[in-house]
Structure formats: structure tokens, C-alpha cells
Design a protein around this ligand. Sequence first.
Ligand SMILES: Cc1cc2nc3c(=O)[nH]c(=O)nc-3n(C[C@H](O)[C@H](O)[C@H](O)COP(=O)(O)OP(=O)(O)OC[C@H]3O[C@@H](n4cnc5c(N)ncnc54)[C@H](O)[C@@H]3O)c2cc1C
Length: 580
Amino acid sequence: MESHEHDVLIIGGGGAGLRAAIELGESYPQLRIAVLSKVYPMRSHTVAAEGGAAAVTKANDSLDRHAYDTVSGSDWLGDQDVIEVFVKEAPGEMVRLEHWGCPWSREPDGHVAVRPFGGMQIERTWFAADKTGFHMLHTLYQTALKFTSIKWYDEYFVTKILVEDGRCQGVAAIEMLTGQVYALLARSVILCTGGAGRLFPFTTNGAIKTGDGMALAYRAGVPLKDMEFVQYHPTGLPGTGILITEAARGEGGILVNKDGYRYLQDYGLGPPDPWPRLRAMELGPRDRLSQAFAHEDAKGRTIPGPYGTVVHLDVRHLGEAKINKKLPFVRELATNYAGIDPVREPIPVRPVVHYMMGGVDTNINAATVLPGLFAAGECACLSLNGSNRLGSNSLTELLVFGRRAARAAAQFALGHQRVASEAVKLQAQPEQQRIASNFIRKQGGTERIATVRQEMTKALESGAGIYRTEESLRKTCSTIARLKERFQNIQLDDRSVSFNTELMSALELEFMLDVAQALAHSALRRTESRGSHQRTDYPARDDKNFLKHSLAFRTDGEPRIEYKDVVITRWPPGERVYGK
Ligand SMILES: Cc1cc2nc3c(=O)[nH]c(=O)nc-3n(C[C@H](O)[C@H](O)[C@H](O)COP(=O)(O)OP(=O)(O)OC[C@H]3O[C@@H](n4cnc5c(N)ncnc54)[C@H](O)[C@@H]3O)c2cc1C
């Protein structure tokens, strides 16, 4: 088995991974760093982010206000120590990005421009037109490339975390060009593998967002935290699921039903005028807006279309000049993918799966319970977002916690001896064997990847969607269990070693089935409604029993679910009030 040794391995070349890499390159030049990514880093999902990144900048804003918005947005499930660190470190990160060359949009007087975003009581979302993620990722990548201490493993697919002596000591990864499995050894590993929106049939997420890092950690004994909380974004294009950014509403876009009525006023989100009103109406939080759509739909007040019912997002009143300046990508996407020009017509939209609040359980320094393993970005659950993430907090999270993870992983690497290479390599060896016999050389399987995947996404959407019940969740749990069995009988047609994308799809599906099971069981056990987790059979929030994080542990059968307390520092649980 061929192997390479490094000090710190970063899995993932998205925003979190690249921010971690820069910190290691800059502050720990003596460490040998490697970044592995299953796609070329600029193809990571961060590139698709549109609306912006939140950080306090205006004189009349404050860290406490940003913290409060995040706490209440999370429906009190966010850990408040994490939230306080986040809002404090966020502004410095944004300025650092500016110094590295990120072209933030500006006001005519030269100040950085900020726009309103859902659930925020003041404008604090920094943006680069409506292609923020593209500019951020470019900035991070070009900065990271400067460091000679970083080795890049582009198009390497990680299949296993290597654990020896009770700590994480590297990963097994397939070089996609050759099909060869390598043991990549390290003193510490940071997972920055992104989210898992592809668990659902209708999602804004790129095809690579299959929860790999979550499943890798889960299989290595690390619990997945708060997996039941899945964010539906209220405005996706029907059919493709392409996102129409919240910035469209931040700039003044409105949502209307089939009668042209601004229905959000019927769902506790306040009177429509004067407009724009922060933390109200179209600038309410995403969970509430997606739930309002479901109610309008049930009342028959949505508009039928070829890809399901829709409502209209209307930005026409903003005028062509403003749309071209602030929302050029919205215009491009609506024109290309919905065949309508938003300058002249309203955009058809419906809720779409967008973001996983849950993920690999970590502490405030991004450390997991497995020594030497860290996680940051969307794959991690530091408990910043609780049961509902506020739009534009995620991009900033990548920066703040990518950096913190790097520091913690560097300290760990510096404090631990070199790896026991031979024993660790032995851990990787069975991977080549497993992949060959279970997939590439396997004969006689009768199940197809696409069928199993489709049934999985359908089971999650129908049983664990915007609204859930005990009955729907039980059904989903048993479907997933059956699909896991059927997966054992999967058959591939492609036996090639070079860029075997069918093999990658099979491995991704295997990851997704693990994550889906954790999600469905966590949702079944949480018998309350909070944020994005809405149980029609338990419609109230239950702080007495569930002001707690759920932890799903992998077993040979169903996941074991445990709970741990939420950290409350300064904001005792209160009512979530919007629209006032
Ligand atoms: C369309 C869209 C728009 C968004 N807009 C905004 C916004 O405006 N503001 C905001 O705050 N948030 C936004 N979000 C959310 C935010 O962009 C994401 O949460 C964030 O970019 C995730 O970054 P990440 O670094 O965690 O992971 P990603 O950018 O998803 O990168 C994951 C990396 O992990 C690698 N990887 C994964 N699995 C493996 C494996 N098995 N082996 C090797 N490598 C692997 C991938 O190759 C990739 O490099 C948006 C999300 C979407 C989908």
C-alpha cells in the first residue's frame, strides 16, 4: 500500500477547508499540510453561494444584536458560547478577506455595502453582487496557493478515517485518475466536506453534497448532532431546485400567492408596510417562510405548474437598473432556467432543501470526541445554527471556524508524536479490497444505484420534509433500513479504474444512507416542534425535555440517540417573535 505522510490533512477544498489551509500556511509554516478534495477546489459548493456573508460593520449595529438574532433564529438551540465567539471574530475575518482581494460591493462613499437578510434586525450582510461565494472562494484559493507548505491532492476521494491508538491518524483515499487507494497519514485531520442536501430529491445543493464527511466521522464512532434539522429555503426554481437568493428579498422582492396577495402577513410575520421591514414579512427567517408556503399550498392558494405548485417572487418594482447592479445572477438564472425575465415577470418559486444545520459533533474549537479529528464548515455541527440557520451566517462560519479548526488541529499535531505508520497503513489496506470486491469486480447484483438513491430521497421528502409526524417518520426509518439492505446487492456496470464515476456514486450513496438513517431517527425521537423540525403531532416547543442537542451514534442496527445540554450564556429561552 502506497502512503504519504503529512502533519495536518484537510479534507475538502471549499470555503472552510481553504480558510483552514491559509491559517496553517500562515501561522504554522513548520507543519506539512495537505488539502484533499474529490473535485478541483474551485468546484466546491461554496462557489455557488450568492447572497452574502454576515458580520457586524455598521456603527449602529452591535455584536450582541448579531448574537441575539442568531440565538432567536436558532430557536434557542444554538450554543451561545459558540455564537458569541462567532459574532466577535466575524468582522475581522471579513476585513482579512478584503485584504486578500475579495471584491466586496461598496457604497458610493467607499464604505463596504451591506444588505438586509432574513431574521436579522439590521443590514449586516456583506456581498459581492449576488456571486459572493464565487468571489470568496477565488480569494481563498488564490491566497492558499501562495504557501509552499501545502500539498494539493485534487480529485482524491476519501473513503475511510484511519484510527490507531484511539486517535485519528489519517485517511484512506482513492486517486480518481488511477483508481489506486492510498494511505494518507497525518497527526491531525480536519473534515471540511460540506453538507448533504442531496439526501433530498429537490435541493439547491450541487451533486457532490452527499454528506461524505458526516458518514466518515459517524463510522469512526463520532456522533452526528442535531441531524433532524434540515433547512428548506423558501425560494428555489421549480424543476431544477436552483436557488434564487434571499438577497432578492433583501433588496425588496416580495412573495405573493395566486391572488397576488402577500400571504406572509397571515402567518405572524407582520403587516406588509412600511417596506422593507427587518425581521418581518419576506425578511422573516427561512423556516417560517417555508412553513407558510406549505400552509398556503394546503389551502389551495398556490399556483399549479409543471414541477409542482409555486408562489411568485416579484422584484419588478426594483427596476432594471437595480436588478442589473445588485441581482444580475438572479436575472441570469431566472432567464436561463425558468424562461422568464424578472425585470418583466414574477419568478415562480417553491421551498427547496438547502442546508443541514446538523453534522459532525464538535466543540467550540472544532474538535470531535475522536482525538486528532476536527470538523468545520457545513459538515460540522458546532451548534452555531441550532434548529434554523440565518441566511448569510454560513459563509462567515466557514471563515471563523475554518481558522479555529486549523489552530486546534495544529496544536494537536505539534503535541503528538509522529504516527505509527505501519499499523495505520494496515488500516487502509482492506479499503482497496473492499472497493474491488463490493463494487468493481462484483457480479450478479440486481440493484441499481439510481433506483436506491431515488427511493431514499423520496422517503426523506415524504416522511421527513417541512412537516413530519410519528407515522411518517417511522415509515421513513423502515424504508431506509430496507434500502441499506438492498444496497448490499448493488451492481455496477463500469469496471474501469480511471475516473470511475459510477463507483463514486455508489460510495456516495453508501454515505448518504448512513446519514439518512441518523437524520430520520433523530427526527423520530424529537417529539416537539422547534425551528425547522415541525411535528404536527407535537406542535409546541418543549424546552423541558428538548432544550437539548440530539446525538446519533452508529451501531450495527438502528442508531443510538442520546442528548446533551445546550449552552446558554446570556439569553434565556424566549419566544421567537417576528413581524413586530
Ligand atoms: C446555492 C447555494 C447558495 C448559498 N448561498 C449562501 C449565502 O449567500 N450565504 C451563506 O452564508 N451561505 C450560503 N450557502 C451555504 C454555504 O454556501 C455552504 O454552507 C458552504 O459554502 C459550505 O462550505 P464548506 O466549505 O463547508 O463545503 P463545500 O464548499 O461544500 O466544500 C466541500 C469540499 O469537500 C470535498 N469533499 C466532500 N466529500 C469528499 C470526499 N469523500 N473526499 C474528498 N473530498 C471531499 C469537496 O470536494 C469540496 O471541496 C449557499 C449554499 C448553496 C447551495
